[in-house]
Ligand binder design. Structure first.
Ligand code: CO
Length: 211
């Protein structure tokens, strides 16, 4: 077995001990249940670890990650996470956190096929088509890439708001705000994209659901 693999289990033992040194009841308390105030939807990229970036402890953030932090409304995995977080845990905030240098977003800008993942990336290409005029007008490729990352996050925040899950919560006067962030893997800094949605009136009329 490789040294790397062995080190994982060793690290776990060390981590458990470090927590118990501070509080012998640490894990017993966590075992009692969770009530996180936040759902994080981020990219699967190894450089964007949800808890670490925001200094959150176990129990403080419910996490869903996929390639390029997408809200695909037929994705049963995402819908189940969202429904549990909003309807059962009653989180007050959902953050969609994209990141600069995202490989998924980069792939969506190009034409190279990379296999099955092309079909996932296609959802990001739809965002490009929606904002083609603005994106095509940016000559510098890095800047265009950065802007595409930001626009993709904003679209995903709106796609969250369009779900029956989020609109049902708002209809029930549940306090729930959706946010969009872009994280700098080369700086560690979060750029708050200032897209904060807390009611269905911020959606185009055709997406507003009556219950
Ligand atoms: Co990414």
């Amino acid at each position: 077995m490789s040294d790397f693999y062995k080190s994982l289990l060793k690290n776990n033992k060390k981590w458990v001990q470090s927590k118990l040194d501070l509080d012998p009841q640490y894990f017993k308390k966590l075992a009692n249940g969770q009530q996180p105030p936040l759902l994080w939807i981020g990219c699967a990229d190894s450089r964007v670890p949800a808890n670490e970036i925001i200094g959150a402890q176990p129990g403080e953030v419910f996490v869903h990650r996929n390639i390029a932090n997408m809200i695909v409304h037929s994705d049963m995995n995402m819908l189940s996470v969202l429904d549990y977080a909003v309807s059962v845990l009653k989180v007050k905030h959902v953050i969609v956190c994209g990141h600069y240098g995202c490989g998924g977003v980069k792939a969506a800008m190009g034409n190279q096929s990379i296999g099955v993942i092309d079909n996932w990336i296609r959802h990001i290409k739809d965002v490009y088509r929606l904002h083609k005029k603005q994106l095509d007008s940016i000559e510098d490729e890095e800047k265009r890439f950065d802007t595409f990352v930001e626009l993709n996050v904003k679209e995903q925040v709106f796609d969250l708001a369009k779900t029956s899950i989020v609109q049902t919560a708002w209809k029930n006067n549940q306090e729930l705000t959706l946010h969009g962030w872009a994280y700098g893997v080369g700086s560690g800094i979060v750029n708050d994209l200032k897209v904060n949605i807390s009611n269905d009136q911020q959606l185009e009329e055709v997406y507003q659901l009556n219950f």
